[in-house]
Design a binder for this molecule. Structure first.
Ligand SMILES: Cc1cc2nc3c(=O)[nH]c(=O)nc-3n(C[C@H](O)[C@H](O)[C@H](O)COP(=O)(O)OP(=O)(O)OC[C@H]3O[C@@H](n4cnc5c(N)ncnc54)[C@H](O)[C@@H]3O)c2cc1C
Length: 389
């Protein structure tokens, strides 16, 4: 399809977040053009697990965004759930030691205070949830709201639905610079031509910093690498998303070195997905078998039957990581006309739809459903000034 010369809003990035922005902006009546340098969901949205989690988040702005996103996945988007294989599978967090279970109990209490459904599980009852779990665990917590989607299908169908409302989608179209009028962003220059638009949304995920730089502003999104291993199909052996309680600490940590913690989950197709690893090694793509071995050993400690199971393949991706672990969402006062919707780290699939709805609200001058100040693009400038004061 030819590139339009004008749009009300250009969305850069056809991953889950860009697709959700396009969907809600088109629904709000805006003429939307989505551009991506590659295919639909060719970035991190095709290198992840697609969980929609509340369990792994402390009470705070990210959890509030996760709750808002849950209302959309389960509310107005529920009629499309079958398209992206929405599965309300629930999450089981497991503690190997009594001290870990005490911490998990405190986390669960804080989450319950802000409206999360969570049931503490005694050691004796863990196998009611997961019959093949290792013996000797100290306890756990079950989160019925944790869910999963197939992330590439979610991105593709949100874009298809947006197209049905008038949006256009242009793959193999790389943004190379912005059209400017003074400080203001008034369009994009791409490898296929120029689109004039009063609003441009940077939904370039882990590459959001590079897009911001094209506009002369700093948004410090960095790659945080992670692997996923996929087993042969073994339906029903793992019923939920199951992970060790230490995973929550690793998610929240800013450590740049390698961290692994066991995450094991069954999928509709029968394969079992095994995670997780985190490390900041730039955009280094090579496969390190030692990381995979560490992940496998920890998964076997959680589910001993995995020792005899074939891993068919592995893949890796780069989570879009911000130093304060919060995404960047909203208009950028340093470059009027530029919006950001990037930096969702390991939660961008779950948080995509809430982000899209919030972006659409601000694009149309409607009050957003939640306070956007914790996600402000310019927040890092003031942090940096404080650090230098
Ligand atoms: C191992 C792993 C497991 C994960 N598990 C989960 C999970 O279970 N649940 C969850 O919610 N999240 C998970 N995540 C995180 C999630 O994958 C990301 O947060 C999410 O995919 C980000 O989506 P996005 O649309 O912002 O970015 P992307 O999907 O990366 O899309 C950005 C797009 O921008 C395009 N782009 C970049 N530069 C340009 C340019 N100059 N011009 C045009 N287009 C450009 C890219 O081609 C890309 O398609 C995981 C990540 C990893 C690595």
């Amino acid at each position: 399809m030819n590139l339009p010369r004008f749009a009300d809003v250009v969305v850069i990035g056809a991953g889950a977040v860009g697709a959700a922005c396009a969907y809600f902006a088109a629904q709000a009546g805006l003429r939307v053009a989505v551009v991506d340098r590659g295919p639909i969901a060719g970035g991190t949205s095709s290198a992840c697990e697609g969980n929609i989690l509340v369990s792994d988040k402390e009470a705070g702005p990210e959890l509030s965004l996760a709750q808002y996103s849950q209302t959309l996945w389960r509310g107005e988007l529920a009629e499309f759930g079958h398209l992206w294989e929405f599965e309300s599978k629930g999450g089981l967090v497991v503690s190997a030691k009594p001290g870990t279970q005490e911490n998990l109990t405190r986390l669960a209490a804080r989450q319950r205070n802000v409206g999360i459904d969570v049931e503490l599980v005694d050691a004796a009852n863990l196998k009611d949830y997961e019959p093949h779990l290792a013996n000797g665990m100290a306890g756990g917590a079950f989160y019925p709201q944790d869910a999963q989607v197939q992330p590439m299908l979610a991105a593709a169908h949100l874009l298809r639905l947006a197209r049905g409302m008038g949006a256009t989608v242009h793959t193999n179209t790389k943004v190379t610079s912005f059209v400017r009028q003074g400080d203001a962003v008034t369009g994009v220059v791409t490898s296929q031509g120029t689109i004039a638009a009063p609003a441009v949304v940077n939904a370039a995920g882990t590459w959001g910093a590079a897009i911001a730089e094209l506009a002369g502003v700093d948004v410090p999104v960095l790659p945080r690498k992670g692997y996923v291993m996929v087993t042969e199909p073994l339906p029903e052996l793992v019923r939920h998303k199951v992970y060790a309680a230490e995973y929550v600490d690793n998610v929240a940590s800013s450590y740049a070195g390698l961290q692994t913690s066991p995450v094991v989950e069954g999928t509709r197709g029968g394969t079992i997905l095994i995670g997780s690893s985190r490390e900041r090694v730039g955009f280094e793509k090579s496969v390190n078998p030692l990381v995979l071995a560490e992940m496998a050993n920890k998964a076997i400690a959680l589910f001993p039957f995995l020792a005899d199971v074939l891993a068919l393949r592995s893949y890796s991706g780069f989570r879009p990581y911000c130093p304060d672990h919060l995404p960047v969402i909203g208009p950028d006062p340093r470059a009027p006309g530029l919006w950001h919707a990037c930096g969702h780290e390991g939660a961008g699939i779950g948080l995509s739809v809430g982000t899209g709805a919030l972006i659409a609200a601000t694009l149309t001058g409607t009050a957003p459903a939640m306070d956007l100040s914790p996600f402000a693009p310019e927040r890092f400038d003031s942090l940096r000034q404080e650090a230098h004061a």
